[in-house]
Structure formats: structure tokens, C-alpha cells
Design a protein around this ligand. Structure first.
Ligand SMILES: *Cc1c(COP(=O)(O)O)cnc(C)c1O
Length: 435
């Protein structure tokens, strides 16, 4: 008999005892809820302490979660392949920044932390589909970083194709280039509409029986397959510090923060999480005890965090009661003006060049320390490389960030994107024609 592993339930009570495989391949629970673990393994402190490198640490932690469904040697190989880039922890040097480090999560192929989730998820899905003739179409509406991480992470997989929808003219030139560069098994559509149109089209395809029969799946941050990998780098930072830390997490949909909570619930010593949001202040308001309702998103300089109603909030409330949520998480909302000031201040005081998302996280640490007087060592998750936002860096700091080779190389590669009308019918036609 198979060893009983960690199983998953829906946040809305409509599903229990679900395997990781099923939760991963279906994405959303049948009752519309999100999958959360029914039990949480203990990760002993010596695991992060003794691991030789990040992939070894990742494999050890994932084994505690997945060993009943994926053999440990497989998890080892998968981690080495997925996390084939450095994850440096950089201490800031400058007055006022004592004990603050930046955990750089942007050294993957598409220069954002989304590479961790997307690359691991692609390989886990590939593992489960390997011996079957099941085929999947990953359908993603994207306004930026998710789309390119998913396209890159899944490109060239045997049983999986990717269909990407993005709003034409509403992503930055760098982001667009990352989305449309030609990749095997990936098709991109420039939709003549908004991000909301793209999302509406994707949702319609999931509920239409004809297109659903194609084996549709999603790869956004509601999928548990992205959440587990987003837990791993917290252990890496905790291990280096070897003591309780404060984690500042630039947040939008709260997937990254939920990954951190899973790490803390499995034993990583965390003093406090800082939910660092931009002007989209739903969660900071909730944490401050203000009544909140989901609202439309507002556009900001840190556009990957422009989420009015964070979907992982439902997961956080399922994992933590209201009091525990307040005790473990502190929140703040950093408007664009303060984000710009943060980029300047950090650069002037420490020489560190932060992208707008990371700058929100850095500002959260400053505010948290001023408000609470808690000088516990802090780790700020750097979620994107500044070169993804050259226009903002240039405007705020007066120089352009250096472009890493893997980004520069994209400019010379062939592209592959088609225009698409902003209607569910237009997408359906393409899907049924096998795009
Ligand atoms: C997606 C993203 C975020 C927000 O992460 P969530 O998991 O949605 O909270 C922050 N920064 C960058 C650069 C991102 O791409």
C-alpha cells in the first residue's frame, strides 16, 4: 500500500483527502475553493543547516511534503534541474540598515521570483503525466511576470502546451518581449483589450464543456504546485541567519507570503512576516482591523502586485485564525511616491539598486522598525531584477540598470504572437483549432 502522505482539502469544505497529484493537475477545488494541506510536516532545523546547496535543501524539504507521491531521487533531480541558478542573500551596508539583507530571487531565466514556482510546477506536472497519454493545455491570462515564467518553465514539455493571453499595449516593452519570444509548445496571444478581458476569456474556456474537454489547467498562484516551491527559499535565508528573522514580502496575490507561512508552520523560526503591499491595500487594511471588501485593482509602479482582491487571502484565513494572523503578520501599504523615495533612499544610503517591487519591501522594513522598535534581523525578498523596469529606474535614479545577458539575448530571438479579439468566442475558436 502507498504510504499515506500529505493530503489537501478545499478552503470551502467541498473536498477532502485530495492527493497532491490531483490538487496540482486540477488547480482549483471543485467547489471553487483553494487547496490547503490537511497536515503540515515538521522540517527539522538540521535540514536547512546541513544541506550542501539550495537544490539539496529544496529536495530535502520537498521530500517531507511529497515522498508518498514522488520518489526522493526524483525530487532531487527535479530540484537540481528547476533551481539551476543562484539564490544570494545580500547584506545591506549603510547606516540605518543594520541587520537587513536582501534575498535575491530574480536570478532565474525570466528575472522574477515566479521562476521558482513555475519551473518546479512544470517538472512536477511532467512527472505525473510521464507514463500517461493525458495531455494538458495550460491557459494563462497574464499582465506580466507570471506569463513569462510559465512560458519559460513549461516550454518543450512533451504532454503540455501553454496558451498565454496578455493585454496588448498594457505590459512594458521588456515584459512583452519576454512573453512573445518563440518557445516550443507555447502560443502567445496579444488580446485587444484589458487584463480583465483576458481573465474573463480564460474563465469562460474553463467552464465551456467543449474547451474544458481539451484538458485545461492553470498555472497561476492559486495552484498548490506553485506554493510549495515558494516555501523553499525562506528556509535558505533562515539557515544562513541561524536565528529568528523578520521576512518582508512584496505582496500582491499573497502567494509568496503563503509559501512563507507554510515554512513557518513547518518549523522555520520567523519573528514576523511583513506583508508589503503597494496602493492596493486590501490586506494591510484587514490586518489593521478595518472592514474590507474586495475591490478593483489600481495600477502602480510595482505592477506585478496590482491585485485588488488577493486570492490567497482565502488560504491564509484557512491556515490561521484571525488572532494568529495578526500575531504572525504585520502589513503596510506603500504608495508610488513612497516607492520612488524608497528606491532613492536605499540607493543613496547603501548603494543597492532595488526594483520597484523590492523597494516596497524595503520601505516596509523601515516602517516596521520605526513603529515597533523591533530590530530583529530582517530579510527582504527581492522579487524582480531592476532590469525588468528600466524606464522606472532611469526616471527615478537617472541611469539605466545593466541588462543581464539572458534578457539582452531575447531581443534577437524570433517571436511568436498572434492578435486576438477580446471575446471568449475568439479564444474558443483558437483552442478548438488547436491554436
Ligand atoms: C507576482 C509578483 C509579486 C507578488 O507576489 P504574490 O505571490 O502575488 O503576492 C511581487 N513582485 C513581483 C516582481 C512579482 O512578479
Amino acid at each position: 500500500m502507498m504510504k499515506r502522505g500529505i493530503t489537501y482539502r478545499s478552503t470551502r469544505g467541498g473536498a477532502r483527502g485530495v492527493s497532491f497529484r490531483e490538487a496540482l493537475l486540477t488547480g482549483l477545488a471543485p467547489d471553487g475553493g483553494l487547496f490547503v494541506p490537511e497536515s503540515i510536516p515538521v522540517i527539522p532545523p538540521e535540514i536547512p543547516r546541513e544541506a550542501a546547496d539550495f537544490p539539496a535543501l529544496a529536495a530535502e524539504v520537498l521530500t517531507r511534503w511529497l515522498a508518498a507521491e514522488v520518489p526522493p531521487d526524483r525530487l532531487s533531480a527535479l530540484s537540481r534541474d528547476a533551481f539551476s541558478f543562484p539564490v544570494p542573500l545580500v547584506p545591506l551596508l549603510g547606516k540605518g540598515w543594520e541587520g537587513v539583507s536582501v534575498l535575491e530571487l530574480f536570478h532565474g531565466p525570466t528575472l522574477s521570483f515566479k521562476d521558482f514556482g513555475a519551473r518546479a510546477m512544470a517538472r512536477l506536472m511532467g512527472h505525473f503525466l510521464e507514463a500517461s497519454d493525458e495531455r494538458l493545455t495550460i491557459l494563462v491570462a497574464t499582465s506580466g511576470d507570471t506569463g513569462s515564467a510559465v512560458a519559460d518553465g513549461f516550454a518543450g514539455m512533451d504532454n503540455i502546451r501553454v496558451v498565454l493571453l496578455y493585454p496588448k499595449g498594457q505590459v512594458s516593452p521588456t515584459q512583452e518581449r519576454q512573453l512573445i519570444v518563440r518557445r516550443p509548445g507555447v502560443r502567445s496571444f496579444a488580446v485587444a483589450g484589458t487584463f480583465d478581458d483576458c481573465q474573463r476569456m480564460v474563465k469562460a474556456a474553463f467552464v465551456d464543456p467543449e474547451t474544458a474537454a481539451l484538458g485545461l489547467s492553470s498555472a497561476n498562484s492559486i495552484n498548490i504546485g506553485r506554493l510549495l516551491p515558494q516555501m523553499l527559499y525562506y528556509f535558505r535565508a533562515g539557515r544562513q541567519r541561524g536565528e529568528e528573522v523578520v521576512f518582508s514580502v512584496p505582496s500582491g496575490n499573497l502567494g509568496n507570503l503563503t509559501g512563507g507561512l507554510l515554512a513557518a508552520l513547518s518549523g522555520l523560526p520567523v519573528r514576523r512576516f511583513l506583508a508589503a503591499h503597494n496602493a492596493n491595500d486590501f490586506f494591510p487594511n484587514v490586518l489593521a482591523g478595518r472592514a474590507e471588501t474586495p475591490k478593483a485593482s489600481r495600477r502602480t509602479l510595482s505592477n506585478a502586485m496590482d491585485v485588488g482582491a488577493p486570492s490567497n487571502f482565502e488560504r491564509i484565513t484557512a491556515l490561521l485564525g484571525p488572532e494568529e494572523m495578526q500575531a504572525r503578520i504585520w502589513g503596510t501599504s506603500v504608495a508610488d511616491r513612497a516607492t520612488v523615495a524608497s528606491m532613492r533612499r536605499v540607493y543613496e544610503e547603501t548603494g543597492y539598486l532595488a526594483d520597484p517591487h523590492t523597494a516596497v519591501g524595503l520601505e516596509a522594513v523601515r516602517r516596521y522598525r520605526a513603529e515597533t522598535g523591533d530590530a530583529t534581523p530582517a530579510v527582504v525578498l527581492a522579487t524582480a531584477h531592476p532590469a525588468k523596469f528600466p524606464e522606472t529606474v532611469e526616471r527615478v535614479l537617472g541611469f539605466s540598470p545593466e541588462t543581464p545577458e539572458r534578457l539582452a539575448a531575447l531581443m534577437h530571438r524570433p517571436t511568436n504572437a498572434a492578435a486576438l479579439a477580446p471575446t471568449p468566442a475568439a479564444l474558443k475558436e483558437r483552442l478548438l483549432a488547436h491554436v
